[in-house]
Design a protein. Structure first.
Length: 401
């Protein structure tokens, strides 16, 4: 570690360098991966959560009685205050529904607004669970493929309009910030998409689970904050789960100002009992939003450094790879087109030869096949190990072909 970095880390209140053994903890990321392989795939972080969250959970555990909870007023206040202090936007309590997760929310919203034969629009390459949820609800996926040009992704608005024009398209799932391409959509892009959706009667379902994890020089805009019309034509899903590494605690929110939409969504949430958040999830949600902002600010500094480390490592040691400029999320998107190997085979070889598990871009849509996704939310030492494995795997691959 260089002196400057060591000094900055010393000034940090929280220890993101701490390596925690996650093996044999029923971790989906670690306990489905072979012992000798380093997992850098599933979107959770290897950092210990904020001490205040641990404390609140211990206190609850010590109480020793875990009957059915209610969702207290403080839960809604925490969500409202977070929007206000981080994004200077005022949401109202009547707009919030609590849910056991963003994916269950997406499914409920799809059920509330679509019928068999309808289509839901997404933008490939995108978080693959969007497609899965649409298809499991027996609906068709329509895609407005993102365009990759000069190392950056942009939206094909002409194609977007053609897709939303289709009367069967009832809903557009926007991913803002976008997993896996790492874009934070700017106001102009959001405005253009939002206007086309209003013009063609398509509701915008904005998944903003990654909103808090944005890099320096980029700014996230909540879709619904752009204007009253957008607010009335949209549904926003948010959660503290990515931000504070509490995905296993299952607590999230749907924000919807349109009363008619809210009634429809709440009906499906009730039918499927999707609002019964776990007793520990309620506590963690409130503590994270109310008391852990300083932890997040330090996390962002740490992630920024990890991101810069990865970029310079790849520039220096793996010039055939290109990092797509990350604007948000700890999930980095690497262009592998110069390796002349498809992403699935590369992922398989990296696991066999490099002992590293990443996600092949094909998972996120056919236009993701020249890419891999790597999760950098881990202590720097672990990231260094992962990058060595990546380098090794690619070198050994060369000897094989
Ligand atoms: C865009 C997006 N939405 C939703 C989720 C998962 O949300 P939840 O765990 O609340 O169901 C993820 C997880 O990676 C994600 O990237």
């Amino acid at each position: 570690m260089d002196i400057e970095l060591a000094q900055e880390n010393k000034a940090m209140k929280y220890d993101f360098d701490k390596i925690i053994d996650r093996k044999n903890t029923n971790s989906s990321k670690w306990d489905t991966t072979k012992d000798e392989v380093l997992p850098m795939w599933v979107a959770d972080m290897d950092f210990e959560v904020a001490p205040k969250i641990i404390k609140t959970i211990i206190n609850k555990a010590k109480h020793g009685v875990f009957g059915y909870p209610i969702v207290p007023e403080k839960f809604y206040d925490a969500e409202i205050n977070w929007w206000k202090k981080r994004y200077n936007y005022h949401i109202k309590k009547e707009w919030i529904s609590q849910v056991i997760g963003v994916v269950p929310s997406l499914s409920a919203i799809i059920q509330a607004f679509c019928q068999k034969g309808d289509k839901v629009l997404v933008q490939h390459p995108v978080y693959h669970v969007f497609d899965a949820v649409i298809q499991k609800n027996e609906l068709e996926v329509a895609t407005n493929d993102l365009i990759y040009e000069n190392g950056r992704y942009r939206i094909d608005f002409e194609d977007f309009e053609n897709k939303v024009k289709d009367e069967k398209v009832k809903l557009f799932i926007l991913c803002n910030p976008h997993n896996p391409v790492g874009r934070v959509w700017d106001k102009d892009e959001l405005r253009q998409m939002g206007e086309l959706c209003i013009k063609h009667n398509v509701i915008v379902l904005s998944d903003e689970i990654h909103r808090d994890l944005v890099y320096k020089n980029y700014k996230y805009t909540p879709f619904c904050s752009i204007n009253e019309e957008f607010l009335q034509n949209s549904i926003t899903c948010t959660a503290p789960s990515k931000t504070f590494n509490i995905a296993g605690l299952k607590a999230s929110s749907i924000i919807v100002a349109n009363e008619n939409y809210k009634q429809k969504i709440d009906k499906v949430l009730n039918q499927n009992i999707l609002s019964s958040i776990n007793i520990f999830g309620i506590e963690a949600f409130i503590t994270a939003y109310e008391s852990c902002e300083d932890w997040l600010d330090e996390l962002l500094i740490y992630l920024e450094k990890n991101k810069d480390y990865l970029i310079s490592f790849i520039d220096k040691n793996l010039p055939k790879l290109k990092v797509v400029e990350p604007e948000a999320t700890y999930l980095l998107w690497l262009d592998i087109s110069k390796l002349n190997i498809n992403s699935k085979l590369l992922a398989k070889k990296l696991e066999e030869l490099g002992k590293l598990r990443i996600i092949p871009g094909l998972v996120y849509g056919e236009n993701g096949d020249n890419f891999i996704r790597i999760n950098i939310a881990c202590p720097l030492e672990v990231l260094k190990d992962g990058l060595k494995r990546l380098e090794n795997g690619i070198k050994l691959l060369k000897y094989q072909t």
